[in-house]
Design a protein around this ligand. Structure first.
Ligand SMILES: [Zn+2]
Ligand SMILES: [Zn+2]
Length: 77
């Protein structure tokens, strides 16, 4: 049993995510995404797929990257 660090739900099916040397505990993928997922620099949506990264900025898709002037990035096939 562990308590979700996002919503404080004490849930027997909670799980740990190890990232960058830290351990995070969540009760759901939704809470994990809220804490861990990067946000698109153009449309501010949560990036749950591969996304795109350029110079420390994250984009949900090539369209958003282009909107921000990052034209060389392509969507993952
Ligand atoms: Zn939670
Ligand atoms: Zn976007």
């Amino acid at each position: 049993m562990a308590v979700c660090e996002v919503c404080n739900n004490d849930y027997e099916m909670s799980f740990e995510v190890h990232a960058a040397g830290a351990v995070h505990t969540f009760d759901s993928i939704e809470c994990a995404a809220q804490k861990m997922a990067p946000v698109c620099d153009n449309c501010q949506c949560r990036i749950l797929g591969h996304g795109l990264e350029s110079d420390g900025q994250f984009y949900c898709c090539a369209h958003c990257a282009r909107e921000q002037g990052v034209g060389r990035l392509m969507d993952h096939a």
